[in-house]
Write a protein that binds this ligand. Structure first.
Ligand SMILES: Cc1ncc(COP(=O)(O)O)c(C=O)c1O
Length: 399
């Protein structure tokens, strides 16, 4: 706390010390940080580009680039040659637009008609997800300015998109409206990253005739996500690569919902989350630890308190399940994860845990500790959620 006051005094007394110039100081004061390797991100993107057989990647930077920090990730993607970016929401698009990058910005989510003039103003590319959206898009293009649209067909995800039977009439409406460019025809796969997947082929066989009939009127087509890029190259290879985009998200960040899909690739995680030991004590057998008293020492125990909790994105489900890395050893979480702290069983006095000191690094996931995939399994989720959940309180440190 004292160091925070020093920081604030420093800002107050020296106007050259804006908060922005002191950000590195703030990250060095935080008990928990997320290291993000932009170098590894670039390496991952280059590998994915090589796999895409000439198709261009559409870099998915929604949810603050899956928690990695869109303001750093997006410019890095541009440096690797990516010129199409996608987000989920309008506010996310505005944040990316503020970076002034030479890239198109496509918004995956269904637009609310009232927001369409904002798309027109900023040149954001619109998802046409229903006949009603097509109607609203046609009106907006007439009254507020031209729009580039991506017509989505629902082939089995059952989330957003035109039913195949609605495509003909919707395209007729859009083609007749002034100011509309048909930028993309697309669909989204529900199971492309599943190991025993036959549904992607089924979805593809529903999409292909639509592409064959109407593809010529679109600038681009995009069907593949990371799972399809790794597992179903035949799907996007069926369309001329010069007009194909591959919507890559999780693999750029070196992860997958099905980790074995990464075997044999050189894709590596981009994020590592590290906290610190903030307290250490020896407790007697029978002593209970943390809220709810869900863990009891069965022997004299060295116990470390770590400065991270569920408010940092370290899920409460990790209570009594996860392991962390300290000084090259794995130690189990003892007791319930709190909002800002959790405890770790360092073993009996006299063991390896004896070397652990207040201030030591605690790897929550990444090299030196468990992988994000392991932690996701303990938290009964997928690695996507582990990285997205790392909260805004945790400074991202770019290495
Ligand atoms: C429509 C759409 N396309 C592509 C992606 C990227 O998927 P992935 O991260 O599996 O590559 C997502 C992510 O959820 C998505 O919603």
């Amino acid at each position: 706390m004292e160091s925070c006051f020093r920081l604030l005094r420093c800002i107050a007394t020296d106007p050259s010390h804006t908060l922005a110039t002191l950000i590195p100081t703030i990250s060095s004061l935080a008990p928990t940080i997320a290291e993000v390797s932009l170098h590894q991100l670039r390496r991952n993107v280059q590998q994915l580009q090589a796999r895409a057989q000439g198709a261009a990647l559409l870099g998915v930077v929604k949810a603050d680039a899956y928690g990695h920090g869109a303001s750093q990730v997006a410019p890095t993607l541009i440096k690797t040659g990516i010129s199409h970016l996608a987000v989920a929401t309008l506010p996310e698009a505005l944040e990316i637009a503020a970076l002034g990058l030479p890239a198109s910005i496509f918004i995956f989510g269904a637009p609310l008609p009232a927001h369409l003039p904002v798309y027109a103003k900023h040149g954001f590319e619109v998802a046409v997800t229903s006949p009603a959206v097509a109607e609203a898009v046609a009106d907006t293009a007439r009254t507020a300015g031209p729009l580039r649209v991506h017509v989505k067909v629902d082939t089995g995800m059952t989330r957003l998109g035109l039913h195949p039977s609605e495509v003909a009439v919707t395209l007729k409406r859009l083609s007749a409206a002034p100011g509309i460019t048909l930028a993309g025809l697309w669909t989204h796969f529900a199971t492309a990253d599943a190991l025993t997947d036959t549904f992607t082929q089924e979805q593809w066989s529903r999409f292909l005739p639509i592409w064959e009939q109407y593809g010529d009127t679109f600038d681009n087509v995009h069907v593949a996500n990371s799972g399809a890029l790794l597992q179903h190259p035949e799907v996007f290879a069926a369309i001329p690569p010069a007009r194909t985009l591959v919507r890559t998200g999780i693999t750029m960040y070196g992860l997958s919902a099905t980790p074995s899909l990464l075997d044999g690739t050189a894709l590596e995680p981009v994020m590592r989350v590290i906290s610190r030991v903030t307290h250490r004590q020896t407790i007697a057998p029978g002593t209970t630890v943390s809220y709810g008293r869900t863990w009891t020492a069965t022997r004299p125990t060295l116990l470390a308190t770590v400065g991270a909790g569920y408010a940092d994105g370290y899920h409460r489900l990790l209570s009594n399940r996860a392991e962390v890395g300290i000084r090259g050893h794995r130690y189990p979480v003892a007791g319930t994860i709190c909002m800002d702290m959790f405890m770790v069983d360092l073993g009996p006095p006299g063991g390896a845990g004896e070397a652990v000191c207040v201030g030591d690094e605690v790897v929550l996931f990444g090299p030196g500790g468990p992988s994000a995939v392991e932690v996701a399994a303990w938290a009964e989720t997928i690695p996507y959620e582990m990285v997205c959940a790392v909260s805004q309180r945790v400074p991202r440190v770019y290495i």
